[in-house]
Write a protein that binds this ligand. Sequence first.
Ligand code: GTP
Ligand code: MG
Length: 365
Amino acid sequence: MLKCGIIGLPLSGKSTVFNVITRAGAEVKPYASGKTEPNRALVNVPDERFDRLVEIFKPKSEKPADVEFVDLAGLSRDAGKGAGLGNSFLSFVSESDALLHVVRVFGNASVPHPENSIDPLRDFRIVEAELIYRDLGVITNRLSRLEEKKAKKKLTPQETAELELIRELEAHMLEEKPLREYPLNDEQKRALSGYAFLTLKPELVVLNLDDTQTGEVPEISPLMAELGARGMKSVRVYGATEMELEQLDPSDRAEFMKDLAITEPGRDRLIHEAYKLLGLISFFTSGSDEVRAWTLRDGSSAVDAAGTIHSDLARGFIRAQVVAYDDFMANGASLAQCREKGVLRLEGKEYTVKDGDMIEIRFNV
Ligand SMILES: Nc1nc2c(ncn2[C@@H]2O[C@H](COP(=O)(O)OP(=O)(O)OP(=O)(O)O)[C@@H](O)[C@H]2O)c(=O)[nH]1
Ligand SMILES: [Mg+2]
């Protein structure tokens, strides 16, 4: 199961954003909770294509794609040095596949700020620095172990290469730069994957605004400039307001949204952005029994798709019958017509699955 961890300073609105996304009703309050056990919830990925396929096939059962969201405790300044919840918090971050970093922009006077003022760029940098310190700690440990082995002349060729790389990464991080800004090749990425570095994880910044902060928001300009320079993406959310919206009946919600001139709910936007950020795509299996959306990493093969459904399908894989969702719809939602037009193909093991492919695996076990 793919996991998206929600991080940020205490009282930045992490649980609020979690509730917007999951409608899970996690506790939200104007004082720091100091709670270590995270809130977790599975979320169905909204997908109009999936909804249409369900309408067309009218299956006995249906299952949309899902992602798990994890609402973590606040990360305080100096957590990497053991302050606040320190390491227990950081271990939850390391099990996430991607991070949503909530930054407080709202100015609610009844909610204290751990740094006593609203300054999104400063807050962003505090959290980033903690993630960097933690990774640096992992690097330093590994470095001293490899140096020790080197002194005893016991390094394998592989470890010699790793030692060289790790030295460079240490120098990079001592400049307070995240690992994702270091140019790693695929082989190096594989060699480092076991360390679960936090600053290698894809990260989306969530700007948590008051519903009065629309249009140009001067408070966020310095942060936006920094994110632009770092090539990082952000989304705006009206946390408190959108959480209230999600708790209303659908009919009341529509009316409320009209009043506030909100067209697309923050919930859908956040889930879509997180899904994209994770580098995920969906493929579909469809029939009268079941219509189902499956999640794959972008770049996966037809055998990977088969294995996602069942290991037997990967083992006994013969061919995959594939048609793109758009071609299916453009051809009267008829597989026969798709076959006639040649848009329904048989693909082999190496085929790279595309987002929106409708797939049927031919197999033999
Ligand atoms: N005005 C306003 N208040 C907000 C917004 N988002 C959160 N709050 C308030 O800020 C307080 C803290 O929100 P939480 O979502 O609990 O914050 P948190 O980051 O989960 O806090 P900890 O888990 O204790 O670190 C609550 O009183 C919220 O109602 C917002 O967008 N606007
Ligand atoms: Mg919270």
